[in-house]
Ligand binder design. Structure first.
Ligand code: MLT
Length: 259
């Protein structure tokens, strides 16, 4: 009996020690800067505000059964079974023969409710595939940043936030979202959080621009590209903060809602 009590005390002590260890958060500026070693034993949070991750969150919120991120157009086509929805873009435009493009506004109860969505995009779905070595992968946008921070804390691993970026470069809207997630993590966490230098910079960026998020998206390179093709409405849809309380979580090859 005494041994049992001692073991229980040791376990409590270990849990307490684990709680007091800093959680580390690293922010990666673009898919190009990521390599699989950075994800080992971590929770990866993948961000592509304009528009892939905003679209994934919106599709699940509209009742899609799951979203399968495909790396290439050919992979996406090969995966499609009758009833599945094929979505995605190349050069910001819908791919020939696909059901939907990459606008979150296309992913409604009517188009995706109860169905599997197979999605391929230039950077966002590539970012998810780059993170495959992580213990956990969750998908974040401005729409669900707070819920993602809560999930990442529950998963109790160090965190790597991958900003997908655009055209192989950093994209300010992804950095802004990383900063927002850091803000949420700091507010929600009971333990000290150790953030890398780029993360600190993104947190400052968010604090500077928290009142002008939509304007920042409009003036970003990705925002300008979307306006050129008449998709200003998508920027509006991607700019709302914490309006969706759900977290897409990669289970096997499918993103499903994490409960
Ligand atoms: C991407 O994955 O590169 C973007 O989502 C591009 C886009 O929004 O069209």
């Amino acid at each position: 009996m005494r041994r049992l009590v001692r073991s229980a005390q040791l376990i409590d002590q270990m849990i307490e020690e684990r709680r007091n260890i800093n959680m580390h958060v690293q922010v990666i500026s673009s898919v190009n800067e990521s390599c699989s070693a950075k994800f080992h034993h971590k929770t990866a949070i993948v961000i592509d505000v304009l528009r892939a991750t905003s679209t994934i969150v919106t599709a699940l919120s509209a009742g899609a059964k799951c979203v399968v991120p495909a790396e290439t157009v050919m992979d996406a086509r090969a995966m499609q079974l009758p009833g599945d929805v094929l979505g995605g873009e190349r050069f910001c435009r819908k791919i020939a023969g696909f059901d939907l493009g990459n606008s979150p506004n296309e992913y409604t109860q009517q188009t995706v409710g109860g169905r599997k969505v197979i999605l391929t995009t230039t950077n966002g779905t590539r970012g998810i595939h780059k993170s495959m070595r992580a213990d956990h992968i969750i998908v974040a946008s401005l729409l669900n940043a707070d819920a993602c921070a809560r999930s990442a804390l529950e998963l109790r691993r160090d965190i790597v936030i991958l900003c997908a970026g655009s055209h192989d470069d950093f994209a300010i809207e992804d950095g802004l979202c990383a900063g927002l997630i850091l803000d949420c993590l700091k507010k929600q966490s009971g333990i000290p959080i150790d953030v890398d230098d780029f993360g600190h910079a993104m947190h400052s960026l968010y604090r500077d621009r928290s009142e002008i998020v939509f304007e920042t998206l409009l003036n970003s390179q990705s925002g300008k590209r979307l306006q050129k093709i008449g998709s200003r409405g998508d920027i509006e849809s991607c700019a709302s903060i914490n309006t969706l309380n759900l977290v897409p979580y990669l289970s096997g090859d499918q993103l499903i809602i994490r409960h």
